[in-house]
Design a protein around this ligand. Structure first.
Ligand SMILES: Nc1nc2c(ncn2[C@@H]2O[C@H](COP(=O)(O)OP(=O)(O)OP(=O)(O)O)[C@@H](O)[C@H]2O)c(=O)[nH]1
Length: 676
């Protein structure tokens, strides 16, 4: 619905009350225009739109217990409300006054979906009965509102909410925390910026120490939405004029002083007495006439209400539309209620289709729009990081034998694999033994990598399956079990593959890569240099003072393996060429082995992910259902109670918002038509 504003003049019209002196019905011609809007707002209130987080412009009456709140309201309405000493108002009482030309006033109470007609003589009693029903007999309070609709000739068109009065002392039949309960209710009503606070202050009280003032100031610091009504001026007229002129308590909307009905006075008598008091009392007569008496209060309230409504109406329409759109989109994403086998099967296929698509996006295609902020689910990047880490670990792990003295590992192997035969041949077993050692040294890293990879994939797969089956508890449990089984099965396959790869590397030394020969030739060219250098050391061998043979230290040399000390090799001069050859072959070949291992692991990872996505989890879930507990596929889709509660709540909220939207549309149309 397009946002419409109120026609011009709606909020500027000056209400016309009858002259005070006539003590005429408190009614304004302005009511004619505001009434449809008030009716609409009442309908919204009845629909409980506040529950949807949309606040309505409301006049809320607050004050101490027995400050005279109900008396003010009954003066405005011209009807008897429960009043007296002690707690009278025990529930929020919404009073809707409608000026109407009915010959006889019509009164009705609404609460708990009930409509109870009443009349002027019995309204007080009816309110007490309804209050007992809502808040229990005794003196307890409740936050369930009670609405009183008064259709009467001459009342101002106003909606006000009377709240329980503030008291610190719990009396018989009241909970110990009665004060907190009352404060909570009051705060709930006065906190919204849309509320106008009507603060009822007895003239007998010192305003700055009134708790109702402290409370309203806590939510309305500037006082721009607070109006003060001073009651009981007949009891304590002294200093009243000074008090309201000084305005120590920062009342933005001003003060109105009133004298309510006392004892069994009629309303007409009460108004006459009030007028007499403000005209004749020496201490009160100098107070500006525009801020004294119930008619002035009515006029002011009607005016404030109109301004507040005109300011807030477009905002309310917008809020209703926004909230409705957001609730509809939530409902769209919510799972449908499954009522037949066809529904269940189609939901089943839908869920697993979505889960597979999500996994394919994050694991293969690198699209993570479904998880923009969860880095753990940006899988392609995380997998590459894991592979890089693995590759670094392998390279670092392979350097560990550098701690041993240069060529000593090779010499030891050659000594242990020597056999009868021509010299200068490297026994193949020597090469394979060294290769086996090296492969063994990095094996645990490869196994750990597979472990880590599948732990990560399990985490991702579980998160995706959980997300897509979240509304169906049984399905989620079953999917979790099946998903875990599947991952275990695939992890086992991966482990087997890795172990086989490692065994193959140990068993056979083969490569067709020319890189190997190139690297071998490059490194073996240093052999002559090394042998010459070690030969040159021999004459430097000497015996120290205790007769131990020592070799004089020489400067390090570089024979393709960084700067190394070679003096320890002088004792192994005959094995030196073979040992160096063995070292060089292994170094050239090891490069190939590592590259092959890393490349194959990457390809295996990708292949496993493909296979994982091709696994039909849905089928496995079905199989599991048939073979184990049984109960059929329908059982999987039994909703958790919280899901159905949430769906019902969403549907209820949408219904309320749709009705509210209609209410607002009709009222804006009406205003536009009247305004034209
Ligand atoms: N003399 C005099 N008495 C008043 C005036 N206003 C209220 N009272 C009396 O003060 C007492 C309390 O008035 P209520 O209207 O019940 O006060 P309340 O704030 O609604 O009380 P709770 O709802 O219980 O918090 C009643 O006996 C009224 O008759 C007034 O202007 N002058």
């Amino acid at each position: 619905m397009a946002e419409r504003t109120l026609p011009s003049g709606f909020d500027h019209a000056t209400p016309k009350t009858e002259p005070y002196e006539n003590v005429a019905p408190i009614v304004s011609s302005y009511n004619e225009r505001i009434r449809p809007v008030l009716d609409a707002l009442d309908n919204l209130r009845r629909l409980n739109i506040m529950k949807e987080g949309i606040q309505l412009p409301t006049i809320v009456v607050v004050g101490h217990q027995s400050s005279g709140k109900s008396s003010v309201l009954e003066s405005l309405a011209g009807i008897s409300l429960p009043r007296g000493q002690g707690i009278c108002t025990r529930v929020p009482l919404v009073i809707r006054l409608k000026n109407h030309s009915v010959p006889k006033p019509e009164l009705e109470l609404e609460y708990n979906d009930k409509h109870v007609p009443t009349d002027e003589d019995h309204v007080s009693e009816a309110i007490c009965d309804a209050t007992d029903e809502l808040a229990g007999h005794g003196n307890g309070i409740s936050n369930t509102p009670l609405t009183l609709i008064v259709k009467k000739n001459g009342v101002p068109d106003l909606t006000l909410i009377d709240l329980p009065g503030i008291t610190r002392v719990a009396i018989k039949g009241q909970a110990k925390d009665i004060y907190d309960q009352i404060v909570n209710i009051i705060m709930e009503y006065i906190r919204p910026q849309e509320s106008i606070i009507l603060n009822v202050l007895p003239a007998t009280d010192d305003f700055p120490t009134c708790e109702s003032i402290t409370m309203s100031q806590s939510v309305d610091k500037t006082g721009e939405r607070t109006l003060a009504v001073v009651t009981k001026v007949d009891l304590w007229p002294q200093g009243l004029h000074e008090k309201i002129t000084a305005d120590d308590v920062n009342i933005g909307l001003g003060y109105v002083c009133v004298r309510n009905r006392i004892g069994e006075e009629s309303y007409e008598e009460a108004r006459e007495e009030e007028a007499k008091l403000f005209n004749t009392n020496a201490l009160l007569s100098n107070i500006d006439k525009s801020i004294v008496g119930i008619p002035a209060l009515a006029e002011k309230l009607v005016q404030i209400q109109a301004v507040s409504i005109s300011k807030l109406l477009p905002e309310i329409v917008k809020k209703i539309n926004d909230k409705l759109a957001s609730q509809l989109s939530k409902l769209e994403k919510f799972p449908r209620k499954l009522t037949s086998l066809v529904d269940v099967i189609s939901a089943f296929m839908h869920i697993f289709g979505l889960a597979r698509e999500s996994l394919s996006k994050i694991l293969l295609r690198g699209e993570f729009d479904e998880y923009p902020d969860d880095k753990q689910m940006h899988c392609t990047a995380r997998l590459v990081e894991m592979l890089d880490q693995y590759s670094n670990d392998l390279r670092k792990g392979s350097e560990s034998d550098a701690e041993n003295k240069f060529l000593m590992e090779e010499i030891r192997v050659l000594e242990e694999t020597k056999r009868i035969g021509l010299p200068n041949f490297i026994p193949r077993t020597a090469f394979l033994t060294r290769l086996g050692h090296k492969v063994k040294a990095i094996s645990c890293m490869s196994i750990e990598f597979i472990d880590k990879l599948w732990d990560y994939l399990e985490e991702v797969v579980m998160a995706v399956l959980k997300h897509h089956s979240e509304h169906y508890h049984q399905l989620q449990t079953c999917t979790k079990l099946v998903g875990r089984k599947l991952i275990d099965k695939m992890k086992e396959k991966s482990m087997k593959y890795m172990k086989e790869v490692l065994e193959m590397e140990k068993l056979t030394d083969y490569t067709c890569s020319p890189e190997y020969t190139m690297e071998y030739n490059k490194l073996i060219a240093n052999r002559h240099n090394l042998v010459e250098r070690v030969n040159a050391i021999s004459p430097q061998i000497y015996a120290n003072a205790s007769g131990v043979i020592k070799v004089a230290a020489t400067s390090p040399i570089n024979v393709g393996f960084g700067e190394i000390q070679v003096s320890h090799l002088s004792q192994y001069i005959t094995l030196l060429p073979q040992a160096f050859d063995l070292k060089v072959r292994l170094a050239a070949y090891w490069k190939i082995v590592l590259e092959r291992l890393i490349d194959n692991t990457a390809k295996h990872m990708q292949f496993s992910i493909f296979n994982l996505l091709n696994e039909d989890v849905g089928y496995e879930v079905l199989k599991d259902m048939v073979s184990s507990s049984g109960g059929g596929i329908e059982r999987l889709f039994e909703e958790t109670p919280s899901v159905s509660v949430k769906r019902d709540e969403l549907n209820r909220s949408i219904k309320v918002l749709k009705e509210s939207k209609e209410v607002m549309a009709s009222i804006i149309d009406k205003i536009s038509t009247n305004g034209n």
